[in-house]
Design a binder for this molecule. Structure first.
Ligand code: ATR
Length: 270
């Protein structure tokens, strides 16, 4: 029987996941489809039951359902459990549904692919303490990065996340002052997003010229934060690779094949 996959969220019309996965299914010659499904919060439980009943082989989960879907599944991967967020559901051989999270791992994959020279001892600063920061922080830790510091506008949230990781937190002012002690910066806040808050979340005056500076935003392709970092000589990366690799990892969980992420990245970044 032809398999089918989906992405659920609210809103969902803007999602680039259907285009991405349909292309990879074609490239890998897998006879399956991938469709967007609009589900509101109120419809989530019924929607997930319907996907289960109708035999959907797996789906992605986007805003605002990543946390709320957890109790509706049969099993959860330990990393997703730590993050308390699921972005990928896999129907297992026995028909049960297991939740995973590929967002943070997708980020790490994009970082290591783009900068193969980085070491696990690099001193990493994560700016932000929301869901995205949490996903990346747990994935970085799992992948062996030993030095991770969290900074955030609301210090309490930075401390809570740092504590759950067993890492340290700093205020934005402290981080700006000590910026030359970090090798990799990861900007996870909404500052710089199109139609959102302009400017930068943190002063870059003390940035090392050999630092790697990344932003999880990819519209615009270059945020003010990345532009300033690039002008100071830093190597920069936007969030497109994270988006593509979270999808590629999900695709590999469903099909056992890792798709060609690089070609898509080259096309979409141009
Ligand atoms: P997400 O799940 O996308 O990470 P979130 O949980 O709402 O979204 O988190 C948004 C992040 O952006 C938070 O770290 C937030 O800082 P606060 O915890 O202090 O709210 C950060 N953020 C949003 N607007 C900001 C601004 N104008 N300046 C600095 N940080 C900002």
């Amino acid at each position: 029987m032809k398999k089918w996959y989906a992405v659920i969220g609210d809103p969902i019309a803007h999602s680039r996941s259907p285009e991405m996965h349909t292309r990879w299914l074609d490239e890998e010659k897998i006879d399956a489809s991938y469709i967007p499904i609009h589900l509101t919060k109120e419809q989530l439980a019924e929607g997930v039951n319907s996907l289960r009943l109708l035999g959907c082989s797996g789906w992605n989960v986007t805003v605002p359902h990543k946390e709320a879907i957890i109790p509706l599944l049969d099993a959860i991967d330990p990393l997703a459990e730590k993050m308390q967020a699921v972005n990928t559901v896999v129907r297992q051989a026995d028909g049960t549904l297991k939740g995973y999270n590929t967002d943070g791992l997708g980020y790490v994959r994009s970082l290591e692919e783009r900068f193969p020279e980085i070491s696990k001892e690099s001193r990493v600063l994560i700016i932000g303490a929301g869901g995205a920061a949490k996903g990346i922080a747990f994935a970085m830790k799992q992948e062996g990065y030993s030095s991770i510091t969290i900074t955030n506008r609301t210090m309490e949230r930075a401390e809570t996340l740092a504590q759950s990781l067993g890492k340290q937190a700093m205020t934005l002012d402290e981080a700006s002052e000590q910026l030359d002690s970090f090798d990799i910066l990861i900007q996870t806040t909404s500052v710089g997003m199109q139609h959102s808050i302009q400017g930068v979340p943190l002063d870059l005056a003390n940035l090392r010229s050999d630092a790697i500076v990344t932003d999880i935003i990819y519209t615009p392709k270059e945020t003010e934060f990345l532009r300033l970092a690039r002008q100071k000589g830093a190597k920069t990366m936007n969030g497109l690779g994270m988006f593509i690799h979270q999808g590629a990892l999900a695709f590999s969980y469903w099909t056992n094949r890792y798709p060609d992420a690089q070609s898509l990245m080259n096309e979409w970044n141009n």
